[in-house]
Design a protein around this ligand. Structure first.
Ligand code: NAP
Length: 307
């Protein structure tokens, strides 16, 4: 079977993908790239090949990708500065025998979309398409995990969810559903030169999500509408930098407010109101909903309800 090289293999997305590929019996086909191979010692024990590679040191990537026919390029985390990093990985792949790149992009990469994350994704998609390799774009919607599991406890504890989305809709998706789609694309034929918008099953407003949380959890979250300046003021007060800073996280999350405020605007203006059945088409089962995620983590979320 052909070998698959995975960048970002030590991260949340990469670990889950690796687990699922190993469960399908593909351990020895996997080449996992990391800046710190010790972090993936468990993978070596499972039969995977672990190699040193750094997006910021292009010359490390040629050796790292050798032997692979497919690359899962999991986008980097330095929003606004990832294109150079991705280009290094794409160039190394094209020059060293990789035939097909599968890339984790974003749900709507059209130029009109003001979400800052789309700039890097749009440029990376163009580089991949120009590389001569076959490609598959996994255009993931906003992760429900980020809003419900990461931000949710703060909303529940404070009783306030502040937003400038003004009733805009998005079909948030489970990260695990995105990973299941990636695994399907990596292990079944026929995905060359296709782009899949991978979304949840329902396009919802934050107000609808708040109502769902309150009903399921017994919380008293109030959605407070503000404008983008109000969002910046809130993030500034939380100590979140405006621009991305490597290795800085606030409360365990690598936030930056330019990115997040642009996201609110994208939702407000309807750019994230995309809802497809691609999870079902790729995995053979329905996409899980925001409600499903709240219910699946109800005990953890309820522990943040005051009193
Ligand atoms: N659609 C959404 O709502 C959404 C939400 C969150 C994330 N995402 C996407 O998913 C991607 C992965 O997220 P995640 O949660 O898995 O990230 P994560 O857990 O923070 O992991 C980041 C990964 O990037 C690797 N990395 C960082 N800098 C690198 C460099 N210079 N060279 C090589 N590798 C480097 C790290 O590898 P080592 O440290 O081992 O080198 C690590 O494996 C994000 O970048 C983003 O594009 C999408």
């Amino acid at each position: 079977m052909s070998r698959i090289v995975i960048t970002g293999a030590s991260g949340h997305y990469g670990r889950l993908t690796t687990d699922k590929l190993i469960a399908k019996g593909r351990a020895t086909d996997l080449i996992l790239i990391t800046r710190t191979p010790d972090k993936l010692a468990d993978r070596t024990a499972q039969g995977c090949t672990v190699r040193y590679g750094d997006f910021d040191k292009a010359d490390t990537l040629a050796e790292a990708v050798k032997g692979a026919e497919t690359m899962l390029l999991i986008s980097g985390t330095r929003v606004g500065a990832r294109v150079v990093q991705h280009k290094a990985a794409i160039d190394a792949a094209a020059a060293n025998g990789v035939k097909h790149i599968v890339y984790t992009s974003f749900v709507n990469v059209e130029e009109a979309n003001p979400a800052i994350v789309t700039i890097d994704h749009r440029e990376t998609e163009a580089l991949i398409k120009a590389s001569g390799m076959a490609w598959t774009m996994l255009r993931d919607a906003h992760y429900a995990d980020a809003m419900i599991l990461n931000a949710g406890p703060g909303f529940i504890a404070s009783g306030i969810w502040q937003t400038s989305t003004a009733g805009g809709r998005e079909a948030m998706v489970w990260r695990e559903d995105c990973v299941d789609c990636a695994v399907a694309v990596l292990t079944t034929p026929g995905h060359e030169n296709k782009a899949y918008p991978i979304t949840g099953p329902n396009s919802e407003t934050f107000s609808e999500v708040v109502a769902m949380m309150n009903a399921i959890l017994g919380s008293s979250i109030r959605l407070v509408e503000t404008d983008d300046d109000g969002m910046y003021a809130m993030f500034d007060a939380m100590g979140i930098p405006r621009e991305p800073v490597d290795d800085q996280s606030v409360g365990g999350i690598p936030w930056n407010s330019d990115d997040m405020v642009s996201f609110e605007r994208a939702i407000r203006e309807g750019h994230l109101d995309v809802c497809t059945d691609d999870v079902a088409r790729l995995t053979g089962r329905k996409a899980r909903s925001v409600r499903d995620l709240i219910e699946a983590h109800a005990e953890m979320l309820r522990s943040h309800v005051p009193g």
